[in-house]
Write a protein that binds this ligand. Sequence first.
Ligand code: ADP
Ligand code: ADP
Ligand code: ZN
Length: 216
Amino acid sequence: MNIILLGPPGAGKGTQASRLEETRGMVQLSTGDMLRAAVKAGTPVGLKAKAVMDAGELVSDEIVSGIIGDRLDELGAGTGVIFDGYPRTAPQAESLDAILTERGRSLDHVIELAVDEDALVERITGRFTCATCGEGYHDSFKQPKISGVCDKCGGTEFKRRPDDNEETVRTRMAEYRAKTAPILPIYEARGIVSRVDGMADMNDVAQAITAILDGR
Ligand code: ADP
Ligand code: ADP
Ligand code: ZN
């Protein structure tokens, strides 16, 4: 099964993708995570992407579609994939079709996480992750059970993204509205879009997604 989690920054895509990895053995392909890794490693892609990401704008379609294709090739044919943060533009949606077809895959579901824009700034500015395993947390909505210790791996170092500030979030929301939301009709026409209330509690969102994937 191959699915897309679609929603604005802070909608909960990463949170839900990581749960699906645990519960279903699917693999999350996050272009944001891949780009951040490239920036950290100082690769040619990373060098190109850094300033664009810091500004909250979109990296070029060629770059992100290239890295998605490469990552898919590393996975077994039977491994289900969750696309998180990709596609984000109409050309990327077209590329994804080609990338999947070339590999004998197809899209089963596009799950739209619907959230109030007002809530997104609070979600993004409170977001932090474990520096060791990447588990996601939030200052108000999901603190580690033991303060300062990662629930998942016991790590004690955490980090925040340089682009998770209010100003950049506004740009990222505008990019979403202008370039990403317009790709929904492409998938609606295929009858594969389901809408989930992303304002609900994380566990309820996870349950709603599971019900969709199970065809309930
Ligand atoms: P995205 O990947 O869509 O940008 P994240 O999954 O990283 O979003 O979530 C953004 C922040 O909001 C994180 O700090 C996360 O812990 C928190 N969060 C995610 N889902 C919910 C939810 N349903 N309710 C409250 N906070 C949430
Ligand atoms: P969020 O969790 O807030 O949705 P991401 O981690 O997905 O953000 O993306 C962070 C940044 O990486 C984006 O603001 C953009 O600069 C870049 N990026 C990630 N995915 C894409 C993509 N599919 N197309 C273009 N740029 C992307
Ligand atoms: Zn951890």
